[in-house]
Design a protein. Sequence first.
Length: 310
Amino acid sequence: MRFLRFLHRGEAPYVTYTALFGYVLLVIARIIDAGVSDPDTLTVLMIPLELTIFLLPATLYWFFRRRSLSKTALKLSPPALSHIPLMLTATVVLICGGVILTIALYGRSLGASSFALYDTFRAHVEGGFLSNVYLILTYAALPAACEETVYRSLMCAEHEHGGVVRAITVSSLCFGMLHFDMRLLPLYVLSGALLALAMYATHSVTVPMIIHFAYNLFGIYARPYVISFYINTDSRALFIMLVGTLFLVSAALFCYFSGKLYSRYAAERLEPSYPVALSLREILASLGEAFVSLPFILCAVIFAVAVIVF
C-alpha cells in the first residue's frame, strides 16, 4: 500500500490514465481488426473506433477531474497568418525526418506499403470522390484532431506544473507508445516533441493539428511513391543526401520562426502559465515524478505486451 501511495503522489500523473485507457481500447480495436476479414466492414467501424479510443477516455477524465482548465492552458486558440511559415517548415521536417528514419530503421526490408493507422488499420486508396473524402476524414483529419487534443492540449496542460520539459517529454513518450511499434518508436516520440514545440511556439493546439493532418495526407497519398522511388532508384545516396539537406534547412527555419514568435511574446510581456528557468535538478525531479507513477508504468507495460503479441 505504501508503494502504491508513492506511485500515486501528486495529481498530474492521473492524466496519464487517459492514455492508458486509450491503449486498452486500442488493443481491443486490434483484436477487432484481426477478427474482421471484410475491409468494407472495418472501414465503417473506423470512425466510431477512433472516437471511442480518444474521446471516451478524455471525456471520462474531464468529468472526474478535480479542477477546471482554461482555454489558455489548453491552447484553444485559432492559428494566425504569422504561424504559416512555422507550419510549413514543421511539416517538411516531419516528412523528411520520417522518410530518413524509416529508411535507417528498416534498411533493406523496407517496403512501399500503404499507410497504416497505429500499424493496424490500413488505408485502401480507391477511386471516387466520396471514397477519398472518407479516407481523408478517417486516416488524416480525425487522428490529427483526436491525438493532438489528448496528447498535446490536455496532457501537456496537466503536466505543465512541472515545467514545459516535463510536459513535452511525457506527452511525446505516451504519444510514441500509442502506436505500438518498437522500431518506429523514436520517430513517433520525436514527432510528438516537434508537434508540442509547435504548439508552445504558437500558443495554439490547432497548429499541430494542421501539421499532423498534412503529414497524414503525405502518408496516405505520397509516402508509398517516395519509398518506391527510393527502392528502385540507382542513386540512393543522392536521394538521402537531398532529403537530409531539406530536413536540416527546414529544421533551421522552424527554429528561426519559433524564435521570432517567442521574441514577440517577450516583447508583449506575455507570461507563460508554467514555471520557467528551472534548474537541471528540478527538471529531473519533475520527470522522475511523472515516470515513476502507476499510470505511466502501466502504459509502458501495455506497450511492451502489445509489441510482443501483435
